[in-house]
Design a protein around this ligand. Sequence first.
Ligand code: PXP
Length: 248
Amino acid sequence: MTHDLRLGVNIDHVATIRNARGSAYPDPVRAAKLAEVAGADGITAHLREDRRHIRDADIDALMSELTVPLNFEMAATSEMHAIALKHTPHAVCLVPERREERTTEGGLEVAKDQNRLSDYIGPLTDAGCRVSLFVAADELQLDASKRVGAAVVELHTGAYCDFHAEGRFAERDAELERLRESAAFAHSLGLEVHAGHGLTFETVTPIAAIPEVKELNIGHFFIAEAIFIGLDPAIREMRRLMDDARAV
Ligand code: PXP
């Protein structure tokens, strides 16, 4: 079944747990296949430069075993360009990456790097990948994303989720408004709009209700909930919340 609002399940942190123990389990590919059955429309995996979670062999296995599309997240480096061109996954999401960060902290500075990004994106698009740029809710970055040839922008919901978690509700609501305006603006430019980072059962509804948003990418919260309620029920509950948000 294809959904009006797709759910991409990010399985990076299954690999984080595996690697913390230096064992062969839990296997992120097994988690991806379980996520498919639970209703994921796609699987997202981020191959970081330092391979701290997903490894090259995981990408090989995901490419051969998934029945839903792979959204391959990566930094815009020459090493990752070659890996993406070797696999030609359905989607490539370019993210900023700094070694010292715990997770992807900010959006891409597209406006400052337009010439390089145009040259970087062209061959990926020509090879059949849908290229997405992970950006903050900022018109400058969205305009630049269109200019460099991206098909998709993924709006960074991290600040909105952090404000919610910290009880800073006025700031959360202001960020939500920025996300709504950015989604409408990006859509008016002809970009497909995705969103993600930090989403939970508590924060997903207003984001899922933004009509221009076509896909949410969610990871860490699922792995956290897997400890308590299991991965399959967590994905199904998120799917239900997304569908309910869309139905009103
Ligand atoms: N989207 C992008 C581009 C990301 O980099 C991440 C984090 O890897 C996510 C979505 C998912 O964030 P989270 O794991 O907090 O749900």
